[in-house]
Design a protein around this ligand. Structure first.
Ligand code: DGL
Length: 293
C-alpha cells in the first residue's frame, strides 16, 4: 500500500438512512484506522425502503452535495436502497469517487456460492430496483438469484437498537429471546422459508441494517447457508481507491470521526450509534439538510 507524507487528510463521507450504515463505517474504521470519517444518518427520513426510488435519489444527491461541501475525499453510500436509487446519478454529478454497497455485496456472494443459487433479502425499493440481481448476473450470468423484500427486518433492527444495552448484536442474538425473538422468528420464517426451499447456499444481507440481525437470520435460514454482508468488501474497495490515488491516511494518523444526524435526538444517535460502531461517538451534531430545489 502506498502511504506517504503527502496523503490526503480529508475525511471519507459515509451515509445511510440511519444507523445501518454504521455497520459499514465500522469496517472502514477497522480496515483503515488512520482515516477520518464524516457520517450522515438521515434518521429524520428513515426508512428509505418503502419510498419511491426517485425520491430517495433526490436524498442521495442532496447528502452527497452536503458531504462534498464539507470537503470529503470520497463518498461511500452505505445504504443499499440509496445505492440502488442514486449511485449512478451521483457518480455523474460529483467529481469525488463515490461507491455504493450493492456491487461489493454482489461480488462477495458470487465468490461464496458453490451451487450457483443465491438469495437476496433487502428493502422493497432495493428488491424492486433489481439492482442485486443485475449486479450478480453481470459478474456471473450463470447464477440464479432469488430475491425477497424483508422490510420488517429494518424495524426489528431499529427496535433492537433502542432496547439493547451494549453491542446490539449481543442483544438480538441472546437477550432478545424473551422479547423480540418469538415475533422475529415468525416474521423471519415467513420471509426466509421460501428462500430455503429454493436451495440457496448463499444469502446476501442486502440492507445495511441486517448485519445487526445476523445471528437470528442465520438461525432461521440454517448453518449451511453462507450469509454475506457488503461491509467488509466495501471497506476493501475504499482502501483500493485511496491507495490508487495515493490518498490513504497512514494508520498512525490522528483521525477525527464526525457524525451528523438529521433526527432531532442527538443524544439518542450518540448512544445507539456508539453501540453499533462499538466505540463511543465523540462528535455528534444535528444537521438540517437544505430542501432540494
Ligand atoms: N439501511 C438501508 C439499506 O441498506 C435500509 C433502511 C431503510 O429502509 O431506510 O437499504
Amino acid at each position: 500500500m502506498r502511504t506517504n507524507g503527502s496523503y490526503n487528510p480529508a475525511p471519507i463521507g459515509v451515509f445511510d438512512s440511519g444507523f445501518g450504515g454504521l455497520t459499514v463505517a465500522r469496517e472502514i474504521v477497522k480496515a483503515l484506522p488512520g482515516e477520518s470519517l464524516t457520517y450522515v444518518g438521515d434518521s429524520a427520513r428513515c426508512p428509505y425502503g418503502p419510498r419511491d426510488l426517485s425520491e430517495v435519489d433526490g436524498f442521495v444527491q442532496q447528502i452527497c452535495s452536503w458531504l462534498v461541501a464539507q470537503g470529503v475525499k470520497m463518498i461511500v453510500i452505505a445504504c443499499n436502497t440509496a445505492t440502488a436509487a442514486g449511485l449512478a446519478h451521483a457518480q455523474k454529478e460529483f467529481s469525488v469517487p463515490i461507491i455504493g454497497v450493492v456491487e461489493p455485496g454482489a461480488r462477495a456472494a458470487v465468490h461464496a456460492t458453490r451451487n450457483g443459487r443465491v438469495g437476496v433479502i433487502a428493502t422493497k425499493a432495493t428488491i424492486e430496483s433489481g439492482a442485486y440481481a443485475n449486479a450478480i448476473r453481470h459478474i456471473d450470468a450463470g447464477i440464479t438469484v432469488f430475491s425477497t423484500a424483508t422490510p420488517r427486518f429494518v424495524e426489528i433492527a431499529e427496535r433492537g437498537i433502542r432496547m439493547a444495552e451494549g453491542p446490539v448484536e449481543d442483544y438480538t442474538s441472546l437477550a432478545s429471546k424473551v422479547y423480540i425473538r418469538p415475533a422475529f422468528q415468525e416474521i423471519a420464517q415467513d420471509y426466509l422459508d421460501p428462500l430455503r426451499r429454493c436451495g440457496i447456499d448463499t444469502l446476501v444481507l442486502g440492507c445495511t441494517h441486517y448485519p445487526l440481525l445476523k445471528a437470528l437470520i442465520g438461525a432461521v435460514i440454517g448453518r449451511e447457508v453462507t450469509l454475506i454482508s457488503s461491509a467488509k468488501e466495501a471497506a476493501r474497495d475504499v482502501a483500493a481507491i485511496l491507495d490508487r490515488k495515493g490518498a490513504m491516511a497512514p494508520s498512525d494518523a490522528q483521525p477525527v470521526l464526525r457524525f451528523y444526524t438529521t433526527g432531532e435526538d442527538v443524544d439518542e444517535f450518540r448512544s445507539f450509534g456508539g453501540r453499533v460502531l462499538r466505540r463511543p461517538l465523540e462528535h455528534v451534531e444535528h444537521v438540517t439538510l437544505p430542501e432540494i430545489s
